[in-house]
Ligand binder design. Sequence first.
Ligand code: 8YV
Length: 304
Amino acid sequence: ALPLPRIEVNGQVIEFKPVSDVAEIPAGTQVHCTTSLDRLSAKDIAGLPDSVGLIANIGVGVDNIDLCAASECGILVSNTPVVTEDTADLAFALILAGSRRVGEGERFLRSGSWAATSTSPPLGMRVHGKTLGLVGFGAIAQAVARRAKGFGMPVRYWNRTSRPEVGRAVGATQVETLAELFATCDIVSVHTALTPQTKNLIGAAELAAARPNAVLVNTARGGIVDEAALCDALENGPLAAAGLDVFEGEPNIYPRLLERENVVLTPHIGSATGECRADMVRRLLANLVSFFETGRPSDPVETA
Ligand code: 8YV
């Protein structure tokens, strides 16, 4: 095993367990680290030095990496699946901010309109007791479902595969189609991975099926929601509001979204708490140590 330096993150010492199945890693093997803003196309991956044996992504979503190309080049990929609770917190913040028009209210106050006119800000929508729909039913969606329980919200989910036991555990029932989810839920929150199959999964047809005055929240990936169709649905109905943390071309934002009052926008901050970022760094380091000691990262991502 490699001798390891003492590593401390935010005052906490990282401990690494010794492993027995030590693999022979050729001297000079390197790891390429990425975040969600570092895109690695097939061409980028083919252009990596031969010494790169692992692409270690800091984040859970790996849509920024061409996984087939990594597999073809014999490069392993790892991620840091520790963003669940913080991302679920932010999804709930956007559910509340979008429904209760928090952004509009703040702008109304800061602009001096409240003091100048003594008028009331526009009315929002009640959150507690409303039906919540989840697109996808992985760890983050389940964490959102657990929070919804405290708000007395019935929860429904749409997912490729049926997960009745998990559904029962968090009090969520499955619907057959996305159209059914939109037609039966007041608030829809997106929690699926971005893949070729989920690109623009939510477009004009799905949004047209939404309930009048529905709210859409996306803390997953921008590319899952067709932004032009979303703006149409916010301008002409049926949507009353949206809360978005992720964008197709981020950090550049589709201009029509910036023009809309009834959209709450945050700059991809699902995992942006001091605690979560420290967890992510710890998990990255654990992957690196595992890779250099055993030839496998501790959080391998399926590439083929
Ligand atoms: C970002 C995220 O990766 O975990 C994910 O999938 O989207 C975020 O945690 C983070 O901003 C680091 O790039």
